[in-house]
Design a protein around this ligand. Structure first.
Ligand code: ADP
Ligand code: MG
Length: 246
């Protein structure tokens, strides 16, 4: 699809794991302010795609450009650019021995070089935004899964990223906690955050996505507006996938 103001661009990206061609000539552009939902069967390469976008995985060929700058291989330039693209994982990845507040402040101090008091002030604002102001001094284990995932979102936001990547952010949650996380994500989408979201939550895809990218076997098979994709999938792979989950 044509994108007016590209923020994340992948051009001809390829990656193998051994003989498995996990990303096959991927071309994908995410515009500023766009919400792109990535769906597809397990093993199709969705996580690898997400991780490639901030070099948690290296790729063999192709270009990845973030806001006009090619993603560097390593070093300080990579750290700087990586901070522009926040990531939220299925498994939260909070530091168990640090408080909620410290979890949100840590990278602000280390990477953004903020003073602790400035970082903590910003952390409290963001915790308030995700509905957790009262939990700042608790430890992750004292929170529910849904609350921990909201802390992880606050932590990602604390870096003032240009975009956020979510890799199945609700897949590890009990059903009753899924909505509180989706509501925060919906709010971010509404506020204009650029987001790439791997998810099986089709309600979220329908209501928040500008585009749905359907992946199968390492390829982008469809890249379309949600209403088109869900009502009239073109490929047999997508028809088959939707028939199983809807
Ligand atoms: P998805 O997120 O769509 O389920 P992944 O990107 O996690 O897919 O994985 C795509 C394929 O690559 C799968 O077949 C998976 O087993 C394989 N894979 C993922 N990570 C590795 C790895 N580190 N080493 C080898 N194979 C991997
Ligand atoms: Mg995955």
């Amino acid at each position: 699809m044509a994108v007016v103001d590209p923020l994340i661009e992948l051009r001809g990206v390829n990656k193998h794991y051994g003989t498995l061609h996990v990303l096959q000539s991927i071309d994908l552009t995410v515009g500023r302010g766009e919400v792109v939902v990535v769906i597809g069967p397990s093993g199709s390469g969705k996580s690898t795609l997400c991780r490639a976008m901030n070099r948690l995985e290296t790729v063999e060929s192709g270009e990845i450009v973030i806001d006009g700058q090619a993603l560097p291989e390593e070093g300080k330039a990579l750290a700087r650019l990586r901070a522009e693209v926040g990531m939220v994982f299925q498994s939260f990845n909070l530091f168990a021995h640090k408080t909620v507040l410290a979890n949100v402040s840590l990278a602000q101090i280390k990477v953004r070089k903020r003073k602790k008091e400035d970082a903590d002030r910003r952390s409290r604002e963001l915790l308030d935004r995700v509905g957790l102001a009262a939990h700042a001094d608790k430890y992750p284990a004292q929170l529910s899964g849904g609350q921990q995932q909201r802390v992880a979102i606050a932590r990602a936001l604390a870096m003032d990223p240009k975009a956020l990547l979510f890799d199945e952010p609700t897949s590890a949650l009990d059903p009753e906690m899924i909505n509180e996380v989706l509501e925060v994500m919906q709010q971010l989408a509404h506020e204009g955050m650029t987001m790439v979201v791997v998810t099986h939550e089709m309600g979220f895809a329908r209501s928040a996505a500008n585009r749905v990218v359907f992946m199968a076997d390492g390829k982008i098979v469809e890249d379309r507006a949600p209403e088109d994709f869900f009502t009239a999938p073109r490929s047999d792979r997508a028809k088959d996938f939707l028939s199983k989950i809807l």
